[in-house]
Design a protein around this ligand. Structure first.
Ligand SMILES: Nc1ncnc2c1ncn2[C@@H]1O[C@H](COP(=O)(O)OP(=O)(O)OP(=O)(O)O)[C@@H](O)[C@H]1O
Ligand SMILES: [Mg+2]
Length: 257
């Protein structure tokens, strides 16, 4: 069965696209058939995977929300994975937030009816940073969700809302959705406040926090900007970053099966 994994948090800049992108690279290199779906109108994952912003071909992700739209044609990226993309600030994708609530069912219904899911082992869905229709649609189409979080400042404040959204989707729309948990990103182990926040989070929801943590890794940011796997950069600091991200991906894969 195709595993569909959402990378979700309504908070911006916590590492959704970074972890999504590196997971897609990892799965592709491991020989799996991978589809990435970019539901964030910022289009970060699309531009990094396609390496040709502005020259997309095939189906944009906004079309998934249309009624009975089954002619879905993902774009093949240079590295071999497929992509249902969004161009930066696509107005149709932004307008989905004002569509009737039941539009959240269209993407999964369309994907199933089109038959394309059978072509993939894994689908990775990059989510936008808000608790809206697109996030609910992503959770509704997914078998699993992973939530990148940061422990700095007020970044944990929205976590409860996110967990409630996931529970609501499980109860109302998608009983098969499994929450694999929260992964702490951008952790600075020299900051006592970070360590305290980690501890508090692990105490509050012990079953919902990944064992693996990702430190503040400049090379991850660099790899992201270049649109390459961080392990393709051959420096010591990139190796440390790769070790962090690979530990998270391995844990995710254990949970997803
Ligand atoms: N562990 C890390 N170390 C260093 N930089 C990181 C790390 N994780 C993410 N970044 C950088 O932080 C920025 C935000 O990350 P990213 O775009 O993945 O977050 P996001 O949750 O997808 O954001 P948005 O909500 O805007 O889509 C990016 O520039 C990314 O390269
Ligand atoms: Mg993002």
């Amino acid at each position: 069965m195709t595993k569909i994994i959402s990378f979700a948090n309504q908070k911006g800049g916590v590492g959704k696209s970074t972890i999504c992108l590196q997971t897609v690279f990892h799965l592709q290199e491991a020989g799996f058939r991978v589809l990435a779906i970019d539901l964030d109108p910022q289009g970060n994952t699309s531009s990094r995977l396609s390496q040709q912003e502005g020259e997309y071909t095939g189906t944009p992700s906004a079309f998934l929300f249309r009624e009975d739209y089954t002619d879905i044609r993902p774009m093949r990226c240079a590295r071999g994975m497929d992509l249902i993309w969004t161009e930066k600030n696509d107005p149709e994708l932004s307008e989905i937030e004002s569509m009737p609530l039941n539009c959240v069912l269209n993407p999964i219904n369309n994907l199933k009816a089109s038959g394309i899911l059978e072509h993939y082992d894994y689908v990775a869905v990059d989510c936008p940073p808000s608790l809206g229709r697109k996030l609910v649609a992503a959770l509704t189409m997914s078998t699993h969700v992973i939530c990148p979080v940061q422990v700095s400042g007020f970044a944990l404040d929205g976590v409860e809302g996110l967990l409630n959204t996931i529970i609501n989707v499980q109860e109302e729309l998608n009983p098969d959705l499994e929450n694999t948990g929260m992964v702490i990103n951008n952790l600075n182990r020299n900051f006592p406040s970070h360590l305290r926040a980690c501890e508090q989070l692990r105490e509050a929801v012990p079953d919902l926090v990944y064992t693996a943590e990702i430190g503040l890794r400049g090379k991850l940011d660099e790899a992201n900007n270049l649109g390459v796997p961080v392990w393709s950069i051959k420096t010591t600091s990139a190796r440390d970053a790769a070790k962090d991200i690979r530990a998270v991906i391995n844990e995710l894969m254990e949970k997803v099966g």
